[in-house]
Design a protein around this ligand. Structure first.
Ligand code: AHR
Length: 328
């Protein structure tokens, strides 16, 4: 080998060693990292936006390689997917819990295998939170409070609530046992305590879907038309219910005040058309935050137990102006 060739080769080796050392110092593990993402399904417009945001952010990052699993609204599918991530030794698990309970054992298995679990959107039950690294997403309790506070203000401004006359509320709940269904109800009812004339006269799950929201609202209205407010745990169910209200010969947004959560484009259109009244924003665009959390973990930074997203509230006074800027 010629002298110059030897020098070039030596320089190359030194560069490679130095960059490996640099990488090793920067990250816990050398990239690319395999990320297992377990989503719950595709029940709503919100969920579609959430899935796209997370899948895009993970697959577009050059240091990450995504393994995706859709549980199709079945907890057993999700547990199976988590076990398969553990078996193939992924570097990080990103996971949304369909319901709060039932994940303890599989999360302990992940912890035993030293695989960090970063939760997005829906959390697990309190006793199992010790097995995950962090949760990012909305404060569902606060969303419930925001909806009820908006309602109190609106009823007062419209002169509908004198504090004595009953205000009958129909409630469309989200998936039974899920964090948003539990906490949105809790937050709303907390504020209701200050309004003794408000009463939830009907309450049933519509599973966060438009397809179930409609027949449940139909059944409520068949049983009794003395309903002043619909409180839906998400926009999709509210949109299904609006259809049912119209078919029952009533005017949604006027005869029945419609309050829901998420802030999807469909509900903005309904608010602008005067058929819905208020949506409390719940931001599904969690992909960039999930990627940031993975980098923070790999760089050895301490992650906060909960990463909150900042969210607004929209009604007939603000929806039209905000609509063109909506991303989901
Ligand atoms: O977990 C967030 C909730 O789940 C959203 O409000 C709903 O639309 C979704 O299906």
């Amino acid at each position: 080998m010629k002298k110059w060739t030897k020098i070039v080769l030596l320089l190359l080796v030194v560069t490679l060693v130095l960059s490996a050392v640099a990488f090793g110092a920067k990250y816990k593990k050398n990239p690319p990292w395999v990320i297992g993402f377990s989503q719950i399904g595709s029940e709503s417009e919100w969920r579609t936006a959430d899935t796209i945001s997370i899948k895009d952010a993970l697959s577009e990052d050059p240091n990450m390689s995504l393994v995706y699993a859709d549980a199709q609204q079945k907890q057993e599918n999700q547990i199976k997917a988590l076990r398969s991530f553990i078996a193939r030794k992924v570097d990080v698990i990103v996971f949304t819990a369909l319901v709060e309970t039932g994940y303890g054992p599989v999360l302990q298995e992940a912890q035993k295998a030293k695989i960090p679990v970063i939760m997005v959107d829906r959390d697990v039950a309190k006793e199992d939170q010790q097995y995950r690294l962090t949760i990012m997403g909305s404060n569902f309790l606060e969303e419930g409070r925001k909806a009820a506070n908006w309602l109190a203000d609106y009823l007062k401004k419209q002169g509908i609530d004198d504090g004595k006359k009953p205000v009958n509320i129909a409630e469309l709940q989200g998936t039974v046992g899920s964090a948003p269904a539990i906490d949105r109800k809790k937050g709303f009812e907390e504020i209701m305590k200050g309004h003794p004339n408000w009463k939830i006269t009907h309450s049933q799950t519509g599973n966060f879907t438009r397809a179930e929201g409609k027949p449940v609202m139909e059944a409520f209205l068949k049983a009794d038309k003395d309903i002043q407010v619909l409180f839906a745990h998400n926009d999709d169910m509210a949109l299904g219910a609006i259809q049912a209200i119209k078919e029952a010969g009533l005017k949604p947004g006027k005869d029945i005040i419609v309050v829901s959560m998420d802030g999807v484009k469909g509900i903005f259109e309904a608010i602008i058309a005067g058929e819905a009244n208020c949506t409390v924003e719940c931001n599904p665009l969690l992909g960039p935050q999930a990627v940031q959390a993975i980098y923070d973990y790999m760089e050895g930074k301490k992650l906060p137990a909960k990463i909150d997203t900042i969210e607004g509230i929209f009604d007939q006074t603000t929806a039209k102006e905000a609509f063109p800027t909506r991303q989901y």
